[in-house]
Design a protein around this ligand. Structure first.
Ligand code: KIV
Ligand code: ZN
Length: 513
C-alpha cells in the first residue's frame, strides 16, 4: 500500500523572498513552465496583493499553467484574499493560501492582537476565501513555536470553515526532526476534524535541518504535502530543498512507501534555471544538483563504479537530468538540429521571433566556440536578446588591454535605446575597467553587491564564463547574468543586463508577508 506525497513548490514565493532573488514576471513564468515540466503538484506563484508586479506574475502563471495547481499567498484579510482570487481567475486549478501568525511572540509583538482576535480573523478569512475558491490552504505562521492548545483550536476552526490543506510552518527553522514529527502527529491526533484536510509541512533551514524536519513531518507526523524550493532557495538559510526531499523519497522508496508525481529528469534543468535567473550559485558539493554530486574523484571509488555502478552510486546522474557534458551541436548545425535539441531539453520558445533570436545567438556562439554543450544552449536562452525582455542597453563591442605591471584599460561601445555610446576607463583589472567605463556613461549610482564567475561546462578552460552581477539601487535589488567565452565580455553583458532590469518598468517584487 502506498499513498501520494504532494510536492508544493514555493520557489516563486518563499524562494523569491530571499534578498536579491526577486524575479521579473517573464522570469517567473519561465520557471513556472519548468516546474510544470518537473510535474510538481502545486506552484505557489507569488503573493498577488503584495504589488502590482506580483499580481501580474501570478496572473500570467495562472493563465499559462495547465497541469499543476497554481497558488497565491494572501494575508488573512479580505483585500489580500480578493486579490489572490482575482489573479487566479484564469487557472485550470487554483488555490488560495492564507496565513496569520499564531505564536505568542508574533501575536503580541508583530500583530499586536490577542489570541481571540487571531482566532476570529483566521475563521473569517477562511470563510471568505472558501466562497471564492474550493481549494484553500491555511498556515499558522510560526506554527511550530505556537501554543499547542491554541493551535489546535485555530486549526479545528479553519478546517470547519473549509480549509482543505493545513500547513504547519517552522518559520524560523527552529525545529528538530523528532520533535517536529511528534508536533505534527499530536496536532493530527488532537484536532477532532483533522482527517478532513491534507496536512502539510513547511520548514526553513536555519539549523540545516529543513529536509530532515520535513521528512519527519511526513513519516512521524503523517503529513502528505511538503513545501519546498528548487536549490533550497529562500530567506536566510533557505527552505527545504525540493531536489533533496524528492530524491530521498524516491531513492528510499523501500522506507517511505510514498508515490510522487515528479519527473526527476527535470531536476537539474530546473536547478540550473533558478540559479541562472537569481544569481544564487549552487555549491559544488550540494546534494543531487551540485557539480560534484556524481563525481567520483578517489581512485578506489572510480574503480568500484567502473566495475559496478551501485558500489558507490545510490542514484543515477541521468535520472536527475545530468547529461554528461555532451558535444551536441557545432558550427555546421542547422536550424532544425537546434530546434530538435531545444525540444529534447524541454525548452519551449514562445514565438518565432524568440526562436530566430535564439538561433542567431547560437550561430554567433558557434563561430567562436567549436563545441557547444547543452549547458551553453541553456545559458544562451537566458540572454535577454532571446527572451524578448526589455533590452535598453546592449553591448556592441569591447576591447581591453592588460599587461603585467600596467594598469588595465578597457574601451566599450554599447547601445542605450537608439543612442550609441563609446567609453573607456582604467581599472584594477580588465573587468573593473570595463564596468567602470560603462558606469561612467550610465551613471546609475547602483551599488555592486555581488560579482561571480562560473565556468558553464566544468573541466575545461574552453568553457564559456557565466557572470552574475547583483546591483542595488534605492531599495531595489536586481541580478544580471551574461555568458561568453571571454569573461570580460561576459562581465560587461551581465552588468548591462542588470542595468536593463533597473531600467525596466517590469516591477520586481520581494513578496514579504
Ligand atoms: O515560513 C512561513 O511561515 C511562511 C508562511 C507564510 C507559510 O512562509
Ligand atoms: Zn516560509
Amino acid at each position: 500500500m502506498t499513498d501520494k506525497l504532494i510536492i508544493f513548490d514555493t520557489t516563486l514565493r518563499d524562494g523569491e523572498q530571499s534578498p536579491g532573488a526577486s524575479m521579473t514576471r517573464d522570469e517567473k513564468l519561465r520557471i513556472a513552465r519548468q516546474l510544470e515540466r518537473l510535474r510538481v503538484d502545486v506552484i505557489e506563484a507569488g503573493f498577488a496583493a503584495s504589488s502590482n508586479g506580483d499580481f501580474l506574475a501570478v496572473k500570467a502563471i495562472a493563465d499559462a499553467i495547465k497541469e499543476a495547481t497554481v497558488c497565491s499567498l494572501a494575508r488573512a484579510n479580505d483585500r489580500d484574499i480578493s486579490r489572490a482570487a482575482e489573479a487566479l481567475k484564469g487557472a485550470a486549478r487554483a488555490r488560495i493560501h492564507t496565513f496569520i501568525a499564531t505564536s505568542a511572540l508574533h501575536m503580541e509583538k508583530k500583530l499586536r492582537m490577542t489570541p481571540d482576535q487571531v482566532h476570529e480573523q483566521a475563521m473569517q478569512s477562511v470563510r471568505f476565501a472558501r466562497n471564492l475558491c474550493d481549494d484553500i490552504e491555511f498556515s499558522p505562521e510560526d506554527g511550530y513555536r505556537s501554543d499547542m492548545d491554541f493551535l489546535c483550536r485555530v486549526l479545528e476552526t479553519v478546517i470547519k470553515e473549509g480549509a482543505t490543506t493545513v500547513n504547519i510552518p517552522d518559520t524560523v527553522g527552529y525545529a528538530i526532526p523528532e520533535l517536529y514529527g511528534n508536533f505534527i502527529r499530536t496536532l493530527r491526533e488532537r484536532v477532532p476534524n483533522s482527517d478532513k484536510a491534507v496536512w502539510s509541512v513547511h520548514c526553513h533551514n536555519d539549523l540545516g535541518m529543513a529536509v530532515a524536519n520535513s521528512l519527519a513531518g511526513v513519516m512521524v507526523g503523517g503529513a502528505r504535502q511538503i513545501e519546498c524550493t528548487i536549490n533550497g532557495l529562500g530567506e536566510r538559510a533557505g527552505n527545504c530543498s525540493l531536489e533533496e526531499v524528492v530524491m530521498a523519497v524516491r531513492t528510499r522508496r523501500d522506507y517511505f512507501k510514498l508515490d510522487l508525481g515528479i519527473d526527476t529528469t527535470q531536476i537539474v534543468p530546473a536547478s540550473r534555471m533558478v540559479s541562472q535567473t537569481t544569481g544564487f550559485v549552487v555549491q559544488p558539493n550540494k546534494a543531487v544538483v551540485g557539480a560534484n554530486a556524481f563525481a567520483h574523484a578517489s581512485g578506489i571509488h572510480q574503480d568500484g563504479v567502473l566495475k559496478a555502478r551501485d558500489t558507490y552510486e545510490i542514484m543515477r546522474a541521468e535520472d536527475v537530468g545530468w547529461a554528461a557534458n555532451k558535444i551536441v551541436l557545432g558550427k555546421l548545425s542547422g536550424r532544425n538540429a537546434f530546434k530538435q535539441r531545444l525540444q529534447e531539453l524541454g525548452v519551449t520558445l514562445e514565438s518565432e521571433a524568440e526562436m530566430n533570436a535564439a538561433f542567431a545567438r547560437f550561430k554567433d556562439l558557434a563561430d567562436r566556440k567549436s563545441d557547444i554543450f547543452d549547458e551553453d544552449i541553456l545559458a544562451l536562452l537566458s540572454d535577454e536578446s532571446v527572451t524578448a525582455e526589455a533590452e535598453h542597453y546592449r553591448l556592441l563591442s569591447l576591447s581591453q588591454k592588460s599587461e603585467t605591471g600596467e594598469r588595465p584599460h578597457a574601451k566599450v561601445a554599447f547601445a542605450a535605446g537608439t543612442s550609441e555610446f563609446h567609453t573607456e576607463s582604467d581599472g584594477n583589472g580588465p573587468v573593473d575597467a570595463s564596468l567602470r567605463a560603462i558606469e561612467s556613461k550610465v551613471q546609475s549610482g547602483a551599488e555592486l553587491m555581488l560579482y561571480s564567475v562560473n565556468a558553464i561546462t566544468s573541466g575545461s578552460t574552453e568553457s564559456q564564463g557565466e557572470v552574475t552581477v547583483r546591483l542595488q539601487l534605492g531599495g531595489r535589488v536586481v541580478n544580471g547574468v551574461g555568458a561568453d567565452p571571454d569573461i570580460v565580455v561576459a562581465s560587461a553583458k551581465a552588468y548591462l543586463s542588470a542595468l536593463n532590469k533597473l531600467h525596466s518598468k517590469a516591477e520586481r517584487v520581494a513578496a514579504q508577508g
